[in-house]
Design a protein around this ligand. Structure first.
Ligand SMILES: Nc1nc2c(ncn2[C@@H]2O[C@H](COP(=O)(O)OP(=O)(O)OP(=O)(O)O)[C@@H](O)[C@H]2O)c(=O)[nH]1
Length: 398
């Protein structure tokens, strides 16, 4: 029960002493009240900042945006010295898809991928135990135990909280909070608040990751794993606009496997699929990471080369032609075959990208297609990069 001020007065005190005691007690109460008000205001301000944070992460449009908000905003609003995020990526699918979608992982040094739950540094119940979902683990920082969660710990890191990110009781990762204040994360601290925050982060992560996966599936060719036509159609317009702004040349290639019908007839449709995969792999090996390779359907591939004039694009095309023709494609020990490709190349030089990008794209792509047709007409297994000019043929093994 709370004692009232008067009940604590000494029974034999003089009226003056009693008054003094009352004044002192009153002052103490006021100070306590001021402190509590300040605490309430601080808590209110933290709550408001966290509500704004929740709104921001819920509104994140994609994976890099969400991760960026977590790393940028959370340390500030929660007054933390380190925030990292471990994601469980058992088959490296998340990394592969994000790379395909041009996520630059170097921008997020606090993002850690592990391939098994055990590598997260969380203390877990034995695998088969019917344990409840793991709870946040708070305590003193231990460089060895927390090496995965804090690969680049700030100087003076003292206490940490490893907060499991759960979806349907399954661990998808862990949010790792670090402070240079040793009393910030102690095992006795209540964890409702950080668990609530982690559950919102987990939902947002799951959402953006599955959205990115869908985006990836919608933009890639399931047989070869390279981009599909939809992706290139969109990218062409973006790149035409960028090339116009930055005044650099871009080039486009049409690559068609020669006599592919015969390949299918010889090795069957399944063998034909393997050939498509191998050809796409050989094309890819000759490209820079800024170039985009897509399968346009059937046995036809296209490549978009950024900052490449006609001569460099024709040079790359010739390397591709030589790489495909250079060695047999091995389907099995008994089954190997020789495959060739014909390639049409067209460049969009600075100054040619003016006008409606859709019209520019159509004309430009049609030019590469027409040159591919010439390559086929002239005997296949060749690169054509100029019109009606046999000197532009880099190779003719007809
Ligand atoms: N295995 C496999 N074959 C495909 C696929 N898509 C299209 N094809 C086959 O690709 C062949 C394309 O044949 P054509 O367009 O006649 O051309 P081609 O035989 O390559 O002859 P040229 O292009 O003139 O050198 C057809 O037999 C299609 O069935 C696919 O996804 N897998």
């Amino acid at each position: 029960m709370t004692q009232t001020a008067s009940s604590k007065l000494r029974p034999n005190s003089t009226p003056a002493a009693a008054a003094e005691e009352l004044v002192a007690e009153n002052q103490a109460l006021r100070a306590r009240m001021t402190y509590l008000l300040e605490q309430a205001e601080r808590n209110h301000s933290i709550m408001t900042r966290h509500q704004a944070f929740d709104l921001e992460i819920v509104g994140a449009a994609n994976f890099p945006e969400l991760i960026g908000i977590i790393f940028r905003v959370l340390p500030v609003i929660s007054e933390l010295d380190s925030v990292t995020l471990t994601l469980l990526d058992e088959d490296a699918d998340i990394r592969e898809v994000m790379l395909k979608l041009d996520v630059v992982f170097e921008d997020f040094p606090g993002l850690i991928f592990v391939e098994e739950v055990e590598a997260m540094g969380l203390e877990l119940a034995p695998r088969n135990a019917q344990a409840a979902a793991p709870r946040p683990q708070l305590g003193m920082y231990d460089a060895r135990r927390h090496a995965t969660a804090f690969p680049h710990p700030p100087a003076g890191l003292q206490s940490v909280a490893l907060v499991p990110l759960l979806r349907n009781k399954r661990i998808i990762g862990s949010l790792n909070l670090g402070s240079c204040d040793p009393t910030r994360f102690t095992p006795s601290l209540g964890t409702d608040f950080i668990e609530h925050m982690a559950s919102i982060i987990a939902i947002c992560l799951e959402n953006v990751i599955s959205n990115e996966m869908l985006k990836y599936i919608g933009l890639t060719d399931s047989l070869t794993g390279v981009y599909n036509r939809r992706y290139i159609d969109r990218r062409l317009l973006e790149e035409i606009a960028r090339a116009r702004r930055q005044q650099y040349p871009i080039s486009f290639m049409y690559i068609d496997i020669d006599h592919f019908k015969r390949v299918n007839d010889t090795v069957g449709h399944g063998g034909g699929d393997d050939v498509l995969r191998e050809v796409s792999r050989r094309i890819k090996n000759e490209l820079r990471s800024s170039d985009a390779l897509a399968r346009f359907g059937g046995e036809e591939f296209v490549v978009l080369l950024i900052d490449a004039d006609l001569d460099s694009a024709a040079f790359v095309a010739e390397r591709i032609r030589a790489s495909v023709a250079g060695s047999m494609i091995v389907l099995s020990q008994e089954l190997q075959l020789s495959v060739t490709v014909s390639i049409g190349v067209a460049c969009l030089a600075p100054g040619e990208a003016e006008g409606d990008p859709a019209v520019v794209a159509r004309t430009w792509v049609a030019q590469a297609d027409a040159r591919l047709y010439v390559a086929k007409e002239n005997g296949r297994n060749r690169v054509i990069s100029r019109d009606a000019d046999s000197a532009a043929e880099l190779r003719n093994v007809g």
